[in-house]
Design a binder for this molecule. Structure first.
Ligand SMILES: NC(=O)c1ccc[n+]([C@@H]2O[C@H](COP(=O)([O-])OP(=O)(O)OC[C@H]3O[C@@H](n4cnc5c(N)ncnc54)[C@H](OP(=O)(O)O)[C@@H]3O)[C@@H](O)[C@H]2O)c1
Length: 315
């Protein structure tokens, strides 16, 4: 099969398209013919070696976490899916050596869901990792509910735009932070208020939120906590060692909590995300599509930034 193989850490030049053996599935696994995959910052962070401490694996590897596709083979213990089912999901890109930038990927039954019926493979591939992150941060960790006031930093990025839509669907009052050129998009996806970080102070006196979700990693808790209501929660995607280790202890003594979200495959949450898409409460926003042969260009743009929503690879 055709796949993007990375044999060493480095620049986009280490992304090579090669023909490799198709993954061989075990009794509890499913082989998916990948129709589309999407790019996440995690992919190029692994490629550059930035995540070396956590990936615990040296190249060669196939990068990529998100996929949508059609089931090509099932292991003999698989009960809930059959060959030909259209599915979507994420694999643990940090651990997996055989990622989704390939014509086939092997996955676990506990990590996948049927694809939403009302969207194509490209839109479906744009959702799993970012939607699972936003869902976990806002619903499982921050427990947002109807009427919560939520501030989302990076509201037009991959995680941020889904977070806005989830908060909106739950009836929250949503404020987003983005750059000038993305303000119109931020309003279109459901932000009640938008703060332009290029022009304005992002945290303004007189504003208090129930939840602050920092999807960018540049809104410090030490500053943000002054803009949280008593009992409010700050969640970040920036999994720094100090936040991971010290905050659970410090939170015991704080009235405003610092939490870190770490995304993981989860078929139950994915099924909720599928339902939201089918009810038109959630949509995948694709900024640009690429062929697998344009993988270097796609990584370059993801790393450079300055776009909205997601970058998708069509197989
Ligand atoms: N912990 C986890 O499990 C987990 C899961 C998913 C993602 N992440 C991490 O979360 C981060 C976001 O992921 P993503 O997929 O959403 O990335 P992304 O699609 O590249 O979005 C990043 C967003 O950051 C915004 N941004 C850049 N500079 C900013 C600033 N100074 N102030 C406010 N916003 C700014 C950009 O908006 P503008 O274009 O408007 O500047 C862009 O929309 C990445 O670092 C990723 O690695 C972690």
């Amino acid at each position: 099969m055709k796949a993007v193989i990375t044999k060493e850490y480095g620049s986009i030049d280490v992304l090579n398209i090669e023909n490799v053996e198709k993954p061989v599935i075990g009794e509890d696994e499913i082989l998916v013919e990948v129709k589309a995959a999407s790019i996440n910052p995690l992919d190029w962070r692994i490629r550059t070696g930035e995540m070396k401490m956590m990936t615990g694996k040296i190249p060669p590897r196939i990068l990529g976490s998100d996929y949508s596709g059609i089931i090509a083979e099932i292991g003999k213990n698989i009960r809930n899916y059959k060959k030909g089912d259209e599915v979507f999901g994420m694999i643990n890109g940090m651990k997996a050596k055989e990622g989704t930038y390939a014509e086939f990927v092997k996955v676990k039954e506990s990590d996948i869901s049927l694809k939403p019926k009302n969207i194509n493979f490209e839109e479906a591939a744009s959702l799993p990792l970012v939607a699972l992150t936003a869902h976990k941060a806002l619903i499982d960790i921050a427990k947002i509910k109807n009427g919560s006031s939520v501030l989302i930093n990076g509201c037009t990025g991959g995680v941020g735009n889904v977070a806005v839509q989830i908060a909106k669907a739950l009836g929250c009052k949503t404020t987003g932070i983005c750059s000038t050129s993305n303000i119109k998009f931020a309003k279109e996806i459901g932000c009640d208020n938008v703060i332009d970080y290029k022009k304005d102070a992002v945290l303004k006196s007189g504003t208090n939120y129930d939840v602050i979700f920092d999807t960018v990693g540049n809104l410090e808790f030490t500053e943000s906590k002054h803009f949280l209501k008593t009992g409010g929660i700050y969640v970040t995607t920036a999994a720094t060692l100090s936040a991971l280790i010290l905050s659970p202890i410090a939170n015991i003594f704080r009235s405003r909590k610092l939490k870190v979200v770490i995304v993981a495959p989860n078929s139950n949450s994915l099924a909720i995300i599928r339902d939201m898409v089918e009810k038109k409460e959630l949509k995948g926003h694709i900024f640009k599509m690429f062929s697998i042969d344009q993988i270097k260009e796609a990584h370059e743009l993801s790393q450079k930034g300055g776009f909205r929503g997601k970058l998708v690879i069509k197989m």
